[in-house]
Design a protein around this ligand. Structure first.
Ligand SMILES: NC(=O)c1ccc[n+]([C@@H]2O[C@H](COP(=O)([O-])OP(=O)(O)OC[C@H]3O[C@@H](n4cnc5c(N)ncnc54)[C@H](O)[C@@H]3O)[C@@H](O)[C@H]2O)c1
Length: 320
């Protein structure tokens, strides 16, 4: 199968590129700034095209030229860069997704998987968010993603594009560099594993639903492969670590594995302000479980930490 992975050298996209190469697919990566270190083991087996999602002609060209049969649309600006530059975020996340949907329509490119985010929830949510919870995002990133979930549904209904959306919670794994509201949960694990002190920038009792990056890739793969008749809700929450752990609970598990871990707390008032309006603790993914059998392989911090440690040991140069 000819698979296009936009953002395919990114944190999650690289895992999908590797998985598709391993199963013999023809993988085309479209990325504005390809990070070849993340896919160095399969670099010779993929086609990497440097391009910008914001340009419709570039997106049309890659889909048409390569006779694409499935699109995993991972390319995106993340939360902190989107809020720092909302104008660029609109071009990449909103126009870029419109361009992908148009290309899928024009060139009959098969299933389109779109990763959305828990950040599409915001104001007026309670402790539990499910697929019927009102989406009132407070960030540029969340606004753009919420729009594109609905844009995808529109393309599905009007043009028959096989659009499927999944909302990730905060995704953790090794090598992430950008500090944002929920990055503490990955660094709480990564810094001690690397023998570095970690100054946590949220309070001990802060909770954010979280998923391991391999489960995020697994979820993209699972929804892409699900029979078309199983997709009813169209945009789905997918949960990972359940129940959601507080910063202190993560620290406790880390200390079991890294006894001398140096972890302190200096909450950042700007980040804590975000948690005053964002209260979701339980990310209810029952529809994904019921409709297409979603089940995380890394459902607790212990399992995540062991694999995190193995990744850093076995592939240090992927995560520099
Ligand atoms: N990481 C998370 O916590 C998280 C949470 C929820 C949703 N998501 C979503 O999952 C997807 C993958 O995220 P990730 O963590 O792998 O991010 P990432 O930043 O590691 O990867 C995104 C990739 O997109 C590329 N890209 C950015 N702008 C582009 C453009 N204009 N044209 C082409 N490529 C462009 C980047 O170069 C990068 O390789 C994104 O859609 C993101 O919004 C991620």
């Amino acid at each position: 199968m000819n698979v296009l992975i936009t953002g395919g050298t990114g944190f999650i996209g690289a895992l999908l590129a590797r998985a598709h190469v391993e199963r013999g697919d023809n993988v085309i990566i479209f990325d504005i700034a390809p990070n070849m270190s993340r896919i160095q083991d399969v670099a010779g087996a993929v086609t990497v095209i440097q391009g910008n999602l914001s340009y419709a002609a570039e997106v049309n060209n890659v889909v048409c030229d390569n006779r694409i049969e499935r699109i995993l649309h991972l390319g995106s600006m993340l939360s902190a860069p989107s809020d720092a530059n909302p104008w660029a975020s609109f071009q990449v996340n909103v126009i870029g997704t419109m361009n992908v949907l148009e290309a899928a329509r024009l060139f009959d490119a098969g299933t389109v998987v779109f990763p959305s985010t828990i950040a599409t929830f915001g104001l007026d949510t309670d402790r539990v968010a499910d697929d019927a919870t009102v989406q009132h995002p407070t960030t540029m990133y969340g606004c753009g993603k919420a729009y594109c979930e609905n844009l995808g549904r529109f393309y599905r209904n009007k043009f028959g594009v096989d659009f499927r959306g999944i909302r990730f919670p905060s995704v953790i794994g090794p090598g992430a560099k950008v500090r944002h509201v929920s990055q503490y949960n990955a660094w709480m694990i990564e810094f001690p594993l690397r023998g570095k002190p970690f100054e946590c920038f949220v309070t001990e009792n802060t909770k954010m639903p979280t998923m391991y990056f391999k489960d995020a890739a697994n979820a993209v793969d699972a929804i892409a492969s699900a029979p078309i008749e199983s997709i009813k809700t169209v945009n789905y929450n997918v949960a990972g670590i359940t129940p959601t752990t507080s910063a202190k609970e993560i620290e406790t598990v880390v200390r079991r594995h890294v006894p001398g871990a140096h972890i302190t707390y200096i909450p950042d008032p700007v980040i804590m302000k975000y948690y005053e309006t964002f209260r979701v603790e339980t990310f209810d993914d029952s529809r994904a479980r019921e409709e297409w059998g979603w089940c995380p392989a890394y459902p607790d911090i212990d399992t995540v930490l062991l694999d995190f440690k193995a990744e850093l040991r076995e592939h240090p140069d992927w995560y520099t």
